[in-house]
Design a protein around this ligand. Sequence first.
Ligand SMILES: C[S@@+](CC[C@H](N)C(=O)[O-])C[C@H]1O[C@@H](n2cnc3c(N)ncnc32)[C@H](O)[C@@H]1O
Length: 232
Amino acid sequence: MFNNAETDFLKWIYYHLAIPFFGRFPVIHLFKVFSYFAKWRKEHTGKFQVVNSREELYSAVLGRYADQNIDLLEFGVFRGDSLKKFLNLNKENNSRFFGFDTFTGLPETWNDLTRKVPAGTFNTDGKLPDIGDTRVGFIKGKFENTLPGFLEKFKSEGDLIIHIDSDLYSSAKFVLESCDHLLTKNCVIIFDEFYSLENEFLALHEYCAISDKKYKVICGTKNYVQIAIIFE
Ligand SMILES: C[S@@+](CC[C@H](N)C(=O)[O-])C[C@H]1O[C@@H](n2cnc3c(N)ncnc32)[C@H](O)[C@@H]1O
C-alpha cells in the first residue's frame, strides 16, 4: 500500500510527533509500552539462553570471545563493579575497555513503575574506580557531552560489545542513536535494566523501529532483567 519513502515518513510522524504527544498522558504511554513488550515477549521468549544472574550472563556473552580482542564500551560505570567482571572475563592484551559516566551520579531522576531514583544517585564525587588495568580508559561527563567527540576518533579494532547500564530512557536512547554506525552485524549489546520497560526496553524498541535494525536475543536473566542482543 505504501512505498518505502511513505512508510518512513509515517514512521517519522508516529515516533516524532504522535508518541511525544501521547507520552504526556501517562496511562496511554504505559499502555503503549506494555503492548510493545507483549509483542516483544511473543517474538523472543523461548528462543534464547536463560541464566540465573547477570554474572552468568556476562560469562555466557564474553565466553563467545575468549582469546579474542574485544572493544567494550560501558555506559554507566559507577564504582566499576560490572567493568571489573568484564575485565576478568577477557584477558587479551589488545582488548580495550572504555567506561563512560558522569561520576557525579544520574543526571536526572530515574522513573519506572516500581520506583523513583533521584538525580545524583550513584555519585562517586568525581572519583574514578581504582581498577589498575591499562586496557581501561574512562570518559568522564554526560554521554551527551562526551560521546560525540569520542566517536569521531574511535575505530573499532575487535568485536564490539556495548554495556548499557545507565538506567535512564534518555541515556539509552542517546547512546543507541549516537552509536548507530557501530551497531552493525555481530555487534552485541547487554542491557542491565531491560525489565524497566519505560527506560531501556522502550529506548531499544524505538531505536530499532526507526532505524529498521534487526537483532536476536542471545541470553537473558529470568524476568528479562538483563538481556544481551546481537545485531543481524
Ligand atoms: C546503575 S549505575 C552503573 C552501575 C555499574 N555498571 C555497576 O555495575 O556497578 C548507573 C550509572 O549511569 C550513569 N549515567 C546515567 N546516565 C548518564 C549520562 N547521560 N551520562 C553519564 N553518565 C550517566 C550514572 O552516573 C550512574 O553512575
